[in-house]
Design a protein around this ligand. Structure first.
Ligand code: KE4
Length: 427
């Protein structure tokens, strides 16, 4: 049935999908159409059940349809879905975000991670009155024009458009540097002295597959940007409330100037956010001259879902994060051991409940090393897992997630299926 649904959808929607990765181009085969989710499992149109390690790409840290979140959404919906006017829930959610990220004095809610990073960059440029921005190769921050660049050849050269429809003039001020290379960053600041508005980074990268920043790297970014009076932006859209209640900055003890968020803060509904000290945030309209707006920003249903999710995480964080770490470790190590036993070349990266198995000897520490992965083998592994009821991210270069609804049985079953899958990789 999924195939029929796909054929129908692609008549009217490009590729039949509303986000490219869902088309399974990177892994081949048919993408199942999902009808419902419950806890750690999802169910497709053909009646197949899967253990879900995508969790809507990060938001569903509490699993599918947790009763508290669903009730909160239903209660809010009974009073209407949107007013385009202020509601108390927005300040309620802001309060929790500020409690989790102490450096944030003011936060603005938007409806996606893309809007959050796009706005944070505009704000950094407004605050510093500088034009250049630095991002790192392999990091993804949403699809705003200025961020759709591929690394240029050589160090600290300007990026090249990473998408059709992005004129090079739109990325002429974007520097795409190698991740995990402070020399490259120092070189850029020398070459573009006093001209770099901000450095944006995923403090633990999810978009190369999971790649943690090596010890000292984030602290070095902090030092260099402080010295250069450039705004450091931690894109915590994926890591915020995922790696710890206070995200990567709590885990690593490095504090950026601006933080962008998304995913978990909406509890599965569309929410993004950017925040930082009032000194910077007061530039945002209507207070200041930097314009940013949104019809559904702070939407009551999205705020209700985010509130229910973050309140639960805040209340139970002492046991939730250690358990997610323990269970994820069992899973990742169990699958890695199965690969070793089967003579399959595999390495893995994991930070808390965010992880990736790479089909390469590794270590995977940046884009160049991630790109050495054997995506064919990954595709075969992915499809065998899917055929046996395990739903992994359909790309070697995406992070997988474990949530509070996953059980020991889920983990054991996944390891068992991986044993079969590795046997087939050799076949
Ligand atoms: P959205 O605009 O997709 O809400 O957020 C963009 C974004 C920003 N920053 C980081 C670190 C992100 O990971 C993302 C989006 N992540 C992808 C998964 N790699 C979303 C999945 C998709 O594109 O369909």
């Amino acid at each position: 049935i999924s195939r029929k649904l796909q054929q129908r959808a692609e008549q009217m929607i490009p590729g039949g999908v509303n986000s490219p990765v869902r088309a399974f181009r990177a892994v081949g085969g048919d993408a199942p159409f999902i009808l419902r989710g419950q806890g750690s499992h999802i169910f497709d149109a053909d009646g197949n059940e899967y253990i879900d390690y995508v969790g809507s790409w990060g938001p569903l840290i509490l699993g599918h349809a947790p009763s508290k979140v669903i009730e909160a959404i239903m209660d809010a919906a009974c009073n209407g879905t949107s007013f385009g006017a202020s509601t108390p829930a927005e300040a309620d959610l802001a309060e929790i975000v500020l409690s989790a990220f102490p450096h944030i004095q003011k936060v603005r809610f938007v409806s996606s991670g893309t809007e959050a990073t796009m706005s944070a960059i505009r704000l950094a440029r407004a605050y510093t009155k500088r034009k250049y921005i630095v991002k790192f190769e392999g990091c993804y921050h949403g699809h705003a024009d200025a961020l759709l660049v591929k690394a240029g050849s050589g160090i600290a050269t300007l990026g090249i458009p990473g998408s059709a429809g992005v004129p090079e003039e739109f990325i002429q001020f974007t520097l795409a540097l190698p991740f995990n290379d402070t020399d490259a960053l120092e070189h850029a600041f020398k070459k573009y002295k006093h001209e770099i508005a901000c450095v944006i980074v995923e403090p633990v990268v999810g978009n190369m597959g999971c790649v943690p920043a090596p010890g000292g790297y984030l602290a070095a970014l902090r030092l260099i940007t402080q010295r250069e009076k450039s705004v450091l932006i931690f894109d915590e859209v994926m890591t915020g409330f995922r790696l710890a209640f206070g995200g990567a900055q709590e885990l690593y003890g490095v504090v950026p100037d601006l933080t962008t968020m998304g995913k978990i803060i909406g509890g599965g509904l569309p929410v993004g956010a950017y925040g930082g000290p009032s000194e910077i945030m007061n530039l945002v309209a209507p207070l200041g001259p930097m314009y940013q707006a949104g019809t559904l920003s702070g939407n009551p249903l999205a705020m209700a879902a985010g509130l229910a999710t973050l309140r639960h995480l805040r209340e139970h964080k002492q046991e939730i994060y250690p358990r997610l770490d323990k269970l994820s470790g069992e899973l990742v190590d169990g699958v890695a051991a199965a690969a070793k036993d089967a003579g399959v070349t595999l390495c893995h990266n994991r930070v808390g409940s965010m992880f990736t198995w790479f089909f390469t000897p590794g270590p995977v520490t940046d884009w160049d090393s991630a790109a050495k992965s054997d995506t064919e083998s990954f595709g075969r592994f992915f499809r065998t897992m899917l055929d046996n009821g395990v739903y992994l991210p359909p790309s070697q270069f995406e992070a997988a997630f474990l949530g509070t609804a996953h059980t020991e049985e889920d983990i054991q079953r996944t390891i068992d299926v991986a044993k079969q899958a590795f046997a087939s990789v050799h076949a």
